[in-house]
Design a protein around this ligand. Structure first.
Ligand code: FAD
Ligand code: NAI
Length: 469
């Protein structure tokens, strides 16, 4: 008789693989079904990891070209070896997906390769690329099937000239002109990569601002920083068509979002980065009766249970920010819940980082949200131009902004634009996890000289005042 598993997880992205490891650690017999040849999902294969490999390499290329001289390092102009940069990216991906294989073996998680379909509660069919279908018997199922890029109707993606993030991470040469549709996280991160490597980048955004979910004061200033780097923005605008010419060039028609005369822009590559949508194809959800919400996401309760007993869902395929660490934390929570513990995710303290230069990092409420909700708040701010370490690093762009409750001093949100903002945000995440006040942060000693002192100074400015400004 075939094995009966305690838990079968469909999808091996950050949600699925982390759920598998935690469930195995808690004593469950676990298997994971993954249709791709490698584990790690969008994040490790075509998302977080390859994009950060290219962001890091292109940032150093740009610094070597433009930043070293002022520090007293005279070198000839650096020469781009794009093939080697892509090799670095490929090796980084391989090391990370190999790490998941190792962790599965270490934790005795069984891996099945093929498309997973839920035939009934407690039954998953795996259809491998070659070979016969496998039937898995299991007590519980977690859907962790992630998301895929959204597209605009009438625009055909070929992943060479008209690309999603996947194609934009794989271009064989630097496009002369790159037109990006969408000033969200992907548009700005991958737009930055190619701008640093020599592309002329234009970003077309439907709304009147970039990064619409982030604090607007932060994003207005950030937009100016990107413009200084040569990235051009067309806000309140939409792309109505992309025509491929016989010579391989593209003509892109851009109109005001509210309608009006179109202008034609030339591009060598167009990146469509207008968001991602839940990935539910092939899972058989309609057959077993798993309900979706109005945006096609799997509907779950507070314990990640779908409308069908024994079937759960986590990560990008359910509501909430499409972030790897949100998926991971839901993976841990669902494993804990299934083993009888009180698994929980604090959605009020999930950080979000844009890995550009400077970085933008955020946790909790934005000032725009506090205004809209009528909450009385106070603002503590500190610029990196007044921070000693930032001056030594020539990294004085940006500032820290902390929002706290007027009466209780409790921190409600924090926003940082600046070098290493993505590392610094975590002291605010921990503070918010403990419902901390700005004074708690202001009274914590910070090592000198560090960029993090700017975070403390912003907290000090919410009390008796910052020292260094
Ligand atoms: P996924 O990672 O999408 O994994 C789902 C897996 O399920 C896939 O491997 C898929 O093949 C598999 N699958 C689907 N259906 C089936 C089926 N029927 N049978 C078998 N297998 C199936 N987030 C961050 O937090 N930080 C970042 O820096 C970041 N950078 C990103 C950069 C890019 C370019 C992109 C596209 C995304 C980025 N993200 C980032 C978002 C992040 O990748 C996702 O939030 C995260 O991967 C979601 O994890 P998941 O486990 O829910 O799904
Ligand atoms: P996004 O939701 O971040 O941004 C999409 C942008 O496109 C928005 O500004 C939106 O207003 C705009 N837009 C939508 N339709 C448009 C249209 N027709 N014309 C012009 N603009 C239009 O989505 P993005 O950048 O595609 O990223 C997808 C997901 O991946 C995000 O949810 C993000 O969380 C995740 N991600 C996270 C990263 C990180 O954490 N550093 C990096 C990359 C992706």
């Amino acid at each position: 008789m075939a094995d009966v598993f305690d838990l079968t997880i469909i999808g091996s992205g950050p949600g699925g693989y982390v759920a598998a490891i935690r469930a195995a650690q808690l004593g469950m017999k676990v298997d994971v079904v993954e249709k791709w040849a490698t584990h790690g999902g969008t994040c490790l294969n075509i998302g977080c990891i390859p994009s950060k490999a290219l962001l890091h390499a292109s940032e150093l290329f740009e610094e070597a070209g433009h930043g070293f001289k002022a520090l007293g390092i005279d070198i000839p102009a650096p020469v781009l070896n794009l093939k080697q940069m892509m090799t670095h990216k490929t090796k980084t991906v391989a090391a990370n997906v190999g790490g998941v294989d190792y962790l599965f073996k270490k934790n005795k998680v069984t891996a099945f390769q093929g498309i997973g379909t839920i035939a009934a509660p407690g039954k998953v069919h795996v259809t491998p690329q070659n070979g016969a279908m496998i039937e898995i018997e299991t007590k519980n199922i977690v859907i962790a099937s992630g998301s895929v890029s959204a597209n605009l109707s009438g625009i055909e993606i070929d992943e060479k000239k008209v690309v999603t993030s996947t194609g934009a991470l794989n271009l064989e040469k630097v496009p002369g002109k790159l037109l990006v549709i969408g000033a969200g996280v992907i548009g700005l991160e991958l737009g930055s990569v190619w701008a640093r490597l020599g592309s002329q980048v234009t970003v077309v955004e439907y709304l009147d601002r970039i990064l619409p979910d982030m604090d607007s004061e932060v994003t207005w200033q950030f937009q100016r920083m990107l413009q200084k780097q040569g990235i051009e923005f067309k806000l309140s605008s939409k792309v109505s068509s992309v025509d491929k010419k016989d010579d391989g060039s593209l003509k892109v028609s851009v109109e005001p979002a509210k309608g009006g005369a179109a202008e034609l822009l030339d591009a060598d590559v167009v990146l469509v980065a207008i968001g991602r949508k839940p990935h539910t194809d092939g899972l058989g959800l309609d057959i077993v009766g798993v309900a979706l919400d109005e945006r096609g996401r799997v509907r779950v309760d507070d314990h990640y249970k779908t409308s069908v007993d024994g079937i759960y869902a986590i990560g990008d395929v359910i509501a909430g920010p499409m972030l790897a660490h949100k998926a991971e934390d839901e993976g841990i929570a669902v494993a804990e819940i299934l083993s009888g513990q009180a698994g929980h995710v604090n959605y009020a303290a999930i950080p979000s980082v844009v890995y550009t230069n400077p970085e933008v990092a955020s946790v909790g409420k934005t000032e725009d949200e506090l205004k809209a909700e009528g909450i009385e708040y106070k603002i503590g701010k500190f610029p990196f131009s007044a921070n000693g370490r930032a001056k030594a690093m020539l990294a004085t762009q940006g500032f820290v902004k902390i929002l706290a409750d007027v009466e209780t001093d409790r921190v409600l949100g924090a926003h940082i634009v600046g070098k290493n903002a993505g590392e610094m945000i975590h002291e605010l995440v921990v503070l918010m996890e403990f419902s901390g006040a700005a004074e708690d942060l202001a009274r914590s000693t910070h090592a000198h000289p560090t960029l993090s002192e700017a975070v403390r100074e912003a907290a000090l400015s919410l009390g008796d005042g910052a020292i260094h400004i």
